[in-house]
Structures are given as structure tokens and as C-alpha cells.
Write a protein that binds this ligand. Structure first.
Ligand code: NAD
Length: 294
């Protein structure tokens, strides 16, 4: 399993691919964006002129694309990669997409005799860079076993959520919770600041109290509280508001199709949409703090 094709070299895909390269995998990469390709070429990866070239004759093909339409278009859309691919790779899609889209693409791969896993990740850009991502996997246990050496290079936790699509369901639940927690953290911090508290002092208190959570402790949204988080660089980079909105849209679809009730998730979706409508869609999602600032 040494030859790897990697398609999608954005905020997440680039550092994931770099970690595979550093671990000695023979890497062929492709992205529509030439700048993203050049960064990988400079690091020593072979770049290709098309997604098809990156996918042909590899042991494992990994994709890290923005959303369901991108993944469906690549694998089963016009010029479908799955129809024309040569070789017998294990396919791992790490994008966060709709569970139904993941099932549809995996079924097409199965018809072509290929194993496919949905393996969305948690841990953000920092986790991708450090090789400490959590992989949340849907698909056959035997395929997961084949992919595990690569997961262990790019991450430190691997969970088998169930059959194809189950990785996406678990990821959507996690991101809905994260989206809600980031908003509640931002609103609590602003309440403290508006009542005379230093946000760093308040964060320190809540970190050791019952309000502690990942958004507060690891990804603090208030500028100046933590170094090396998007809030300390004017919310550049990281996990974009538009991607969080997409994930909350996926949560809404899952809510409707399963007749569930997700009032907090629905409110969070509206608040990120409002924030995006003010021109903040391409900022990190912790910039939701700005919504509460006077
Ligand atoms: P991104 O927009 O930075 O990167 C996506 C890349 O895919 C871009 O470089 C784009 O040019 C490329 N691309 C799109 N269509 C392509 C195609 N047909 N062929 C080749 N390349 C193509 O997105 P990201 O932040 O890296 O996120 C990728 C996925 O990971 C999303 O589904 C996102 O929800 C998920 N995710 C992101 C984070 C995060 O913190 N950014 C964390 C966990 C999960």
C-alpha cells in the first residue's frame, strides 16, 4: 500500500498529503488550484495534470474535497473517475458530505469491484498539520483495516462508525455540537467582557469550571486569549464559516429525513448564515464572536 493518489489539497488536504509524503509514501497529487499543487510539488510530491492521472494505478486513492457535489461529480459525474480508473485501489473519501452521497458513491465503487470508505475527519487544520486527526469511518471493517496504516500517519484516533455513510452521520452530529458550542462560548465570553471582565481571565475560570468545552479550551474565539488560533490572526485560515454552514445544512437534511428535532442546531445554522451574509463566509467559524461584539 505504498502508492497513494491524493486529490484536494486545500486547508486540510495539503497538510494530510504532506504527512504521507514525510512518512515515505509514493504520492501523486492533484488539485484544480495550481498554487495548491505547487506547494506539494515543492515538498517533493509528483503532481498530475488531472484527477484521473492521480487516481490511476495507485494502491490507495484519497479525496479531500469541499462538499457532496464535488465528490459526486468527481467519482460518478461526467467523465466519472470510477468508470475509467485503472488499478484496484482502496478509495478513502475524507470530505464531509451527505451520508446519502457517501452511500451512493460507495455503491458505485462496489459495482466496479472497489472498496470505498467514508472517513471524514475531526481536529481542524492544526490536527491535520500535526498528524493528530480523528478519522470517523464508515464502510467494511476489512477495508478499514487496509487503510489503518495511512490513518495512523495522518491521525491518532480511528473510529469505525458502521457501514458506508455512518462516518458522515457521526461527523455531522459532532459538527452540529461544535457549531452550537462555538456560538455559546462566544456569547458567554462577550457577556463577561461587556460586564467588565478580561476575556483571558474569564476563559481561565470557565476552563476549570463546568462550562469548559473544546471551543473555549483549544480554539478560543476571543481575540488575544490564545496564540496560534484563528482568533489571534483576524480569523484567517482554519475552518470556514461557509463550511460550517454546509455541515449544519447536512444536519438539517439528516434531521428532516429521520424526523428528529434539532432546535439548537437549526438556530446555529441561522446565526452562521446571518454572519456569512455580512461578508464573513471565508473567515474561520470562530469569527462568530464578531456577531456579538458591540
Ligand atoms: P478547502 O476549500 O480549503 O479545500 C478543498 C480543495 O479541493 C481546494 O483546494 C479545491 O481547489 C479542491 N478541489 C475542489 N474540487 C476539486 C476537484 N474536482 N479536483 C481537484 N481538486 C478539487 O477545504 P478544506 O478546509 O480543506 O475542507 C475539505 C473538507 O474537509 C470539507 O468537506 C470540510 O468540511 C472538511 N473539514 C474541514 C476542516 C477544517 O478545519 N478546514 C476540518 C474538518 C473537516
Amino acid at each position: 500500500m505504498k502508492k497513494v493518489g491524493f486529490i484536494g489539497l486545500g486547508h486540510m488536504g495539503a497538510p494530510m498529503a504532506l504527512n504521507l509524503l514525510k512518512a515515505g509514501y509514493d504520492l501523486k497529487v492533484f488539485d484544480l488550484n495550481p498554487t495548491a499543487l505547487k506547494a506539494l510539488a515543492d515538498a517533493g510530491a509528483a503532481t498530475t495534470a488531472s484527477a484521473m492521472d492521480a487516481a490511476n494505478d495507485v494502491d490507495v486513492l484519497i479525496t479531500m474535497l469541499p462538499s457532496s457535489p464535488h465528490v459526486k461529480q468527481l467519482y460518478i459525474g461526467e467523465g466519472a473517475l470510477l468508470q475509467n480508473i485503472s488499478g484496484q485501489p482502496l478509495i478513502i473519501d475524507c470530505s464531509t458530505i451527505a451520508p446519502d452521497a457517501a452511500k451512493e458513491v460507495a455503491a458505485a465503487a462496489r459495482r466496479r469491484g472497489l472498496d470505498m470508505l467514508d472517513a471524514p475527519v475531526s481536529g481542524g487544520v492544526a490536527g491535520a498539520e500535526a498528524g493528530t486527526l480523528t478519522f470517523i469511518v464508515g464502510g467494511e471493517a476489512s477495508a478499514l483495516k487496509k487503510g489503518t496504516p495511512l490513518f495512523n500517519v495522518m491521525g491518532k484516533n480511528v473510529f469505525h462508525a458502521g457501514d458506508n455513510g455512518a462516518g458522515q452521520v457521526a461527523k455531522i452530529c459532532n459538527n452540529m455540537l461544535l457549531g452550537i458550542q462555538m456560538i455559546s462560548t462566544a456569547e458567554a465570553l462577550q457577556l463577561g467582557v461587556n460586564n467588565g471582565l478580561d476575556p483571558a481571565v474569564l476563559s481561565g475560570i470557565m476552563n476549570k469550571s463546568s462550562g469548559n468545552n473544546w471551543a473555549l479550551e483549544v480554539y478560543n474565539p476571543y481575540p488575544g486569549v490564545m496564540d496560534n488560533v484563528p482568533a489571534s490572526r483576524e480569523y484567517e485560515g482554519g475552518f470556514l464559516v461557509d463550511l460550517m454552514s454546509k455541515d449544519l445544512g447536512l444536519a438539517t437534511e439528516a434531521m428532516l429525513s429521520s424526523k428528529s428535532s434539532t432546535p439548537m442546531g437549526s438556530l446555529a445554522k441561522s446565526l452562521y448564515a446571518l454572519h456569512a451574509s455580512k461578508g464573513n463566509g471565508d473567515l474561520d467559524f470562530s469569527s462568530i464572536q464578531k456577531l456579538f461584539q458591540p
